[in-house]
Design a protein around this ligand. Structure first.
Ligand SMILES: [Zn+2]
Ligand SMILES: [Zn+2]
Ligand SMILES: [Zn+2]
Length: 324
């Protein structure tokens, strides 16, 4: 799989659209995103259209994320496009190898095992029964008294008979007939989060995107990163600042992540900023959890502590927080 360096990946993860897409995978526990087929437009990924807007190019967006190692992919289907108008509204025609007409009839071949007679099914059909035209015995048991011995085609145009027709394509939009040789034959993929992204989505900054969206949906004006001026004259940076539309109160949020346990140091440095800027509410999100000292200090400093493994837990905790 092609890959971006760690720094490049970090900058891709900062892209709000990328954060949103990853967050959709995580919040809906989506393992693999399959394309849907639209006869007019070809392959579509509705989830991506929601994220980037449907006049953009979802396939290009996904391709780019695959190339950078954000997503992985698997071949899901192959789609035929018309070489003249590039529509995917294409049907397959089985044609006569002699005159190229698609006006052919396909019939099953039946073999009467006892007498060895082989012919097409229509010659055996007598009312609703199958009767051998050679020995006049009725055939009742498939696989015991008769076999299906393949298919046999006949052409309504030139009346010739053959067993293997030649596939050809017909564009329903511009009515062009074309062969496999001329067809545009395109790979279609199913996408899922790469292992790196999966890990990042549970411990990293990708979670900022969904948190911002949640706060905006609840009437907050958000900034990330956000800055507040302190009494000391210093401007302090928080991962998120959110101003309530109703009360005009300011909430500051910092995220602190660790592979294991977040230490009290993050609480101490947040307190220093709060002490200077005095926001109405402060919240620290520890991913995946805070150590015991950090918990005690957060409670002492009146910093709301959220310990979370993934964005779903954070959003739930923020809901509680907003109610209060
Ligand atoms: Zn066409
Ligand atoms: Zn023919
Ligand atoms: Zn027979």
């Amino acid at each position: 799989m092609p890959k971006a360096s760690k720094n490049e990946l970090q900058s891709i993860y900062q892209d709000h659209k990328v954060q949103l897409l990853i967050s959709k995978f995580v919040s809906t526990k989506l393992e693999a995103m399959n394309p849907i087929f639209d006869p007019k437009r070809g392959v579509r990924y509705p989830l991506v259209e929601v994220v980037i807007g449907d006049d953009s190019n979802p396939e290009k967006f996904l391709e780019k994320l695959y190339e950078r190692g954000v997503l992985k992919r698997k071949l899901y289907d192959k789609i035929i496009h018309c070489p003249s108008c590039s529509s995917a509204n294409v049907s397959i025609h089985y044609t006569c190898p002699y005159c190229k007409s698609f006006d052919i009839i396909k019939r099953a071949l039946i073999e009467h095992i006892k007498c060895g007679y082989i012919d097409t099914e229509d010659h055996f059909q007598k009312e609703s029964k199958l009767v051998c035209p050679k020995c006049n015995k009725e055939l009742t048991n498939p696989d015991i008294d008769h076999n299906r011995a393949g298919v046999w085609c006949s052409c309504n145009e030139c009346t010739k008979k053959f067993d293997i027709p030649v596939p050809s394509h017909f564009c329903r939009e511009c009515e062009t007939h074309f062969s496999f040789e001329d067809a545009t034959y395109k790979n279609v993929y199913t996408y899922s989060l790469s292992p790196v992204t999966k890990k990042e989505a549970t411990i990293g900054w990708i979670m900022i995107g969904p948190i911002l969206d949640f706060l905006k949906d609840h009437g907050f004006k958000v900034k990330s990163p956000g800055f507040l001026d302190g009494k000391s004259g210093t401007s302090h940076m928080f991962d998120i600042t959110a101003i309530s539309g109703k009360t005009k109160n300011t909430t500051v949020i910092d995220l602190s992540t660790s592979d294991d346990v977040v230490t009290e140091q993050s609480v101490i440095s947040m307190f220093a900023k709060i002490f200077d800027t005095n926001p109405e509410k402060a919240c620290i999100i520890a991913i995946p959890k805070m150590n015991e000292n950090g918990r005690k200090l957060a409670s002492l400093y009146k910093i709301k502590l959220i310990e979370a493994k993934d964005q779903n837990v954070i959003i739930e905790a923020l809901k509680e927080c907003i109610k209060k």
